[in-house]
Write a protein that binds this ligand. Sequence first.
Ligand SMILES: [Mn+2]
Length: 363
Amino acid sequence: MWTSTQTLADLAQRLAPCRRILILTHLKPDGDAVGSTLGMARALEGAARWSSGRRTHLWYYGPPPPWLAEMCGSTPFTHVSSKHPVEQAAAELGGEPDAIVVLDTGAWSQLEPVAEYLAARRHLVMCVDHHAQGSDDLAGARFVDPTAASACQLAAELARLVLGKASTSELPRDVAEAFYLGLGTDTGWFRHSNVDPRTMRDAASLLEAGADHVRLCAMTEQNSLGRVRLIGKALATLELHCDGRLAIMHATRSDLLACEATPGDTGGITDFSQSLPGVRVSAMLVEALPGDFGRSGDGATLTKISLRSKAIEPLVDVNAVAGRLGGGGHVRAAGARMEADIQTTTRRVIELVEAELRNAASR
Ligand SMILES: [Mn+2]
C-alpha cells in the first residue's frame, strides 16, 4: 500500500545531520516536480549549520520545461541525459549521498533514468508524494498524502520543520516561491477539481512569505508567437459534429509553416473547444511528416489525433476511441496516428466518437 510509514517530523529529523543530500523527482519534470525539489534544496541549504560547499544536489531528466533555468536562478541543478549520464552526475556529487529525497512521485516507472542508481541505495531513500499509487519497495521511509493538491504543499511543511519555523508564511521568499509554483501549476492556477480550502490556505501562506504570483503564473503560461498564431488558425477550422457533442479542429503542414510553429506547439489546443458547453469530446488533427512526432516512416501521409473528453457523467471513453485507431492514453485524454489525410481521418474520428457517445449513453 502506498501510504505513509513516517511523519514529516520523522523525515525532518532524519535529514538534519545529512551533509550530502540528493534530491530527485519524476521524469519530464513539471511545475510541482521542479517546485518541490527546488524549494526543498533551498530549505536544506538554509538549514545547514556548517559551511563546506553545497549540501544538496538536484537532478532532472527528460525534456525540461522551458522556464527551468529561469526558475532555478542561482540554485545549481544537473540535467541528466545521454550527454550527461548518471555515472557522471554521481561522480560530481563528490562521494556517496547520505540521503536521497524523492518528491512528487513514488513510482519506479517515473524514475527510469535513475532507477538503477536508486535500487542500489534504497536504504537512503525518503519519499514525499501526493499520488494515489506508488512502488512500496522504492522507499521504506515515506510520507504520502493523496488528499494534497500538490507535492509542494507537503514539501513546504517538511521545509517548515527543517527550518524550525512556526508557519510556512515564515519560509524564506525563494523557498516559498518554489513551492507556490507547484501549487499553482498542479491546480491549473486554481481552476482544477483538486482545489479545496486547504489549497487556498497553503497558497495564502506562501504568498505571505513573498511568493510572486504574477511572475510565476506568467512564466508558466507563456506561449511562443508561432503557437499563438497556430491556435488562431486551428480555431478557425472548428467544426461541430454529433449534434454539437464533438468538436474537431485541425492544422495542416502548411498552417504550421505559415505560423512558423513546430509540431510541439500543437499540444493542448484541444482544450479550447472543451470550453463549449454542449461539447463532450474534442479532437485536434495535425498533419504530420513521418518523424515529426518521433516516428520515422516511408513518407506516407500521417495525421496525428489528440482527443479530450469532458469530466461530465457519463464519461465518454476517448481511450477506447484512440485504441481503435491503434493509439491509447487515458479515459479523458488520449491520442493516435492514422496513415491518412485530414479529411479521411476526420470522417473516421466522427464515426468512432459517434459510436462511443452511444456507448456512454447506454451505460
Ligand atoms: Mn504533483
